[in-house]
Design a protein around this ligand. Sequence first.
Ligand code: CUA
Length: 316
Amino acid sequence: MFSGFSLFPEQASTMAGRVDALYFFLVGLSGFFSILIAGLIVYFAVKFRRRSPQAVGAEIHGGMMLEITWTVLPLFIVLGIFVWGASVFFAMSRPPDETINIYVVGKQWMWKFQHLDGQREINELHVPVGRAVKMIMTSEDVIHDFFVPAFRTKADVIPGRYTSVWFQPTKPGRYHLFCAEYCGTRHSGMIGQVVVMDPSEYQTWLSGGTPEGSLASAGAKLFADLACNTCHRPDAQGRGPVLEGLFGNTVTLQSGETVTVDEAYIRESILTPSAKIAAGFQPIMPTFQGLVTEEQLLELIEYVKSLKALPQVQTR
Ligand code: CUA
């Protein structure tokens, strides 16, 4: 009778059980205290009701033990909830070292996914079962929110910024993907599916035609088309910093501050080059704001990430 009607989403990721355990504990705890308090109100109302019009209540001057009990006990309960909630939160916000990275661009009103090997998808995302998947997300226009109930995964997708979220699917299947932030007229239509596949099926799917090549190779072409390579040369003779081996390193800025080279730093350096000038260089790079799309930015970032440090040439 209720087939197709589920009160609760399926558990299809490693985090789902942990999130649900905390959720049901909170519901149970709230239910327990609600019933306890409501029950006591009714019980005391009956037990201590006024039995004659002349009745006067006995004077009570408080009970220290009672006060201490109902202060200390809840303190430990809420601290327990905090520690439990924080541990789930940290587990959700720290991806494992080995992840499959997928770029996500939200726009009114669709989800665009880019795999590192070059596959692009719209409103459908293919991932293998049992592997940790990290989504690196941004928006072309307004704030969206990536939400897959079966994975208990939900994170805002914000223009001008990269947010990331990870999940590890535990069963093959198709799972609903929603936008969970009102983003305009067709917000309710900004939906899709995450297709979780067996590793072998996933390999087949991955190899099924990649006409455009990998993200990094598209970035390499763009890098040349935009003439970035005239200043950023691998031989340190260019007017801009060498990009080989740069990703993940720490860079000293003119101000003396240091920054770690991550996706956000590269993005900013392309769109607002003057924001953080590396020490020893002139602020001569033009902005590429409006010249590259969010997707092209991702290609350029992947290209920079793919540039491994050149072997040091021995000179003497
Ligand atoms: Cu995008 Cu709501």
